[in-house]
Design a protein around this ligand. Structure first.
Ligand code: UD1
Ligand code: UDP
Length: 382
């Protein structure tokens, strides 16, 4: 029997981190020919992940522009992928999450009548403009896909509420698979400043912020709140690897550059990031991926957003929504820095998002769906 041709398509840092262990798993399966295609919606931040995981894509569309718009990303992906599909015709295309690459990848495959599998399916806020454009991207991919790999049972319920019940598998999130390969005792950082931080004597706060719906007023408030926290808590050390988006770079530097206990550094490679997180006191972020990783490492998270599509860790008590307003952000950070009991209540490891076996389940589910095995994949009970 011919091998099943499975093409993974991804383009940004978080997609790459979460797809990399899956690419590796597909490569290990005898019945599968793994074809990796990157759009390079992100260039440097993508390449860093590819090199850590040792992935050499078969196709690279290299689409990134300095101030790209949603339309330029989407149209360049669609046109580039059309050419790729002229060269090879996969049996299945796998896309991840909710970026512009994700939506364009699913749409381009649909135009060729190639089946689509959606990894990290079923996350919803039910607010079409927040996160923007991600909520609409993932809903539209839900309509286009035939296979849906949900991290949790709650994600499956979200799809059921939209009438999507066929081809749905609960697998856990592949980010937990990735996390199990990166965190190490005695890790030495390539970013030397991270080797010199006093992780025991100081309260290291890991910060990231990049979401488009936070551009403008919310990001101004977030950055001034961070500056206030740094000024009023000399016992804290803020470490902030700044996203390469020019909008974020400008705002972060204007508010935080030159402060004694704030380290603005370049984006970290994923191993450095996971190991820094494992050594931090607290995480403040608007990132999706960090909300999943930090709870697994027992680190409290304040989410710099109005809502989250990842309620599981909020329910487990390790993540709190701080919002995007100055006063609320400052007071929630104050509480965690001043009150050991409040801190202890949030600082316990939970793992609602996965057990490190998501990629195995996804590969099993693909083989099962295409009739290559009679054995259904095991279900993640998260
Ligand atoms: C994108 C995703 C977002 C995801 C985020 C992860 C969309 C619409 N948004 O947002 O869902 O959370 O990635 O980080 O798909 N840049 C570089 N080098 C890089 C990466 C980015 O220079 O390696 C700069 C470029 O100037 C680029 C800008 O960042 O134009 C913005 O990148 P873009 O992919 O458009 O948006 P993100 O905010 O990164
Ligand atoms: N990350 C990283 N280096 C950084 C910042 C983030 O490796 O400097 C990782 C992080 O650990 C997580 C992923 O990138 O796995 C999250 O990406 P991002 O916050 O850009 O996007 P989101 O998850 O919000 O879509």
């Amino acid at each position: 029997m011919d091998k099943l041709r499975v093409m993974t398509i991804f383009g940004t840092r978080p997609e790459a981190i979460k797809m990399a262990p899956l690419v590796k798993e597909l490569e290990r399966r005898e019945g599968i020919e793994s074809l990796c295609c990157v759009t390079a919606q992100h260039r440097q931040m993508l390449d860093s992940v590819l090199s850590i995981f040792g992935i050499v894509p078969r196709f690279d569309l290299d689409i990134m522009e300095p101030s790209q718009t949603l339309s330029t990303i989407t149209s360049k992906c669609l046109l580039g992928l059309e050419k790729v599909f002229q060269e090879v015709r996969p049996d299945l295309v796998l896309v991840h999450g909710d970026t512009s690459t994700t939506f364009a990848g699913a749409l381009a495959a649909f135009y060729q009548q190639v089946a689509v599998g959606h990894v990290e399916a079923g996350l919803r806020t039910w607010d079409r403009y927040s996160p923007f454009p991600e909520e609409m991207n993932r809903s539209m991919v839900g309509r286009l896909a035939e296979l849906h790999f949900c991290p949790t049972r709650a994600n499956r319920r979200n799809l059921a509420a939209e009438g999507i019940e066929k081809g749905v598998f609960v697998t856990g999130n592949t980010v937990i698979d990735a996390l199990q390969t990166t965190v190490a005792e005695g890790f030495t950082f390539a970013e030397d400043v991270l080797n010199t931080l006093d992780y025991r004597g100081k309260k290291v706060i890991l910060v990231t912020c990049h979401r488009r719906e936070n551009y403008g007023r919310p990001m101004e408030d977030i950055m001034s709140a961070l500056a206030h926290i740094a000024r009023t808590h000399p016992e804290a050390e803020l470490v902030y690897p700044v996203h390469l988006s020019p909008v974020v770079q400008e705002c972060a530097r204007r508010h935080l550059e030159g402060m004694e206990n704030v380290r603005l550094i370049a984006p970290l490679d994923v191993e450095e990031m996971h190991n820094l997180m494992a050594r931090s006191y607290l995480v403040m972020t608007d990132s999706g991926g960090l909300q999943e990783e930090a709870p697994a490492l027992g680190k409290p998270v304040l989410v710099l957003r109005k809502e989250t599509e990842r309620p599981e860790a909020v329910q487990a008590g390790t993540v709190k929504l701080a919002g995007v307003e100055y006063d609320a952000i400052v007071s929630m950070a104050d509480e965690l820095l001043n009150d050991p009991a409040a801190y202890a209540e949030m600082a316990h490891a939970v793992n609602p998002y996965g057990d490190g076996r998501a990629c195995r389940r996804i590969a099993d589910a693909i083989l099962y769906h295409f009739g290559r095995t009679d054995r259904p994949p095991e279900v993640f009970e998260g």
